[in-house]
Write a protein that binds this ligand. Sequence first.
Ligand code: GLU
Length: 302
Amino acid sequence: MRKRTLIAGLGITAVAALALTGCNSGTPSATPDASEGGAADVWFTVADPKPAVEGSDTVAAITERGTVKVGVKEDQPNLGYLDPTTGERSGFDIDVARWVAASLGYDEADIDFQVIDSANREQAIINGDIDYYVGTYSITDKRKEQISFAGPYFVTGQGLLVAADDDTITGVDALTADSIVCSVTGSTSIERIKTETPAGTVELSKYSECVEQLKNGQVDAVTTDQAILIGYAAQDPDNLKVVGDPFSEERYGIGVQKGDTAFVEFINTTLTDGPDIWTAIFDKNLGPAGVTGTQPAVDAAE
Ligand code: GLU
């Protein structure tokens, strides 16, 4: 018997596309279910029986525990977000996390989401506090010294968020030594803004804290990946706008224990083998805010 887990809010086109693709045994798939809130709802298929992932210490630990511990963000609209009023988690990264869990045979109720800021990701993975991390996590050589990555599952680039009425900061080249730009400790964004521009910086733990400082006039801009910034601007278009072209390439990976190649390969197969869940969850979460993109090819497991 197959259990299903809800992906709410999918558009009808994506639903129809998924319905045509069918499903493979052991691979998460999605089928429309008009009885659950109409045509806008789609479900991941939770693998049953749970697949064996030979040689993966992480999956062995998950099997013994019976739950999946996933590191995420919760203050990044459309990517990793927790609605404070409904308690619902949403976003592209959250759905990728659910997709991987479903492919391992675990339902929403079996997922233990843990919020981990950018600066603490590698250590959380090393400590085994989480089984995997899905949260705007760029694949970098430096991080690969400590952990391994599945993916990439998305590619974006660094950008700038400014006040809607700001006519001076039009892009990265307009930053001067008088500009104050906020970003997050442990991110690729803070490193690049420090090394490649003359701007002064403010470093905080979360991008939402930077956005607050921008709205209060304490900083002139927030910098991180455009996909993240577009989410904040879409929430508050009267006060915020994204400016300029992206000035880096950020390839989002799923962080796992270093050297768990079997798990990396399993996740990569999930991402690429089967019905087009990627497009469905992209269209649901990122498309409406104007983010564009296609699914990238995954890297070979290292
Ligand atoms: N993708 C960049 C990084 O991994 C910035 C976003 C973030 O901090 O999560 O550092």
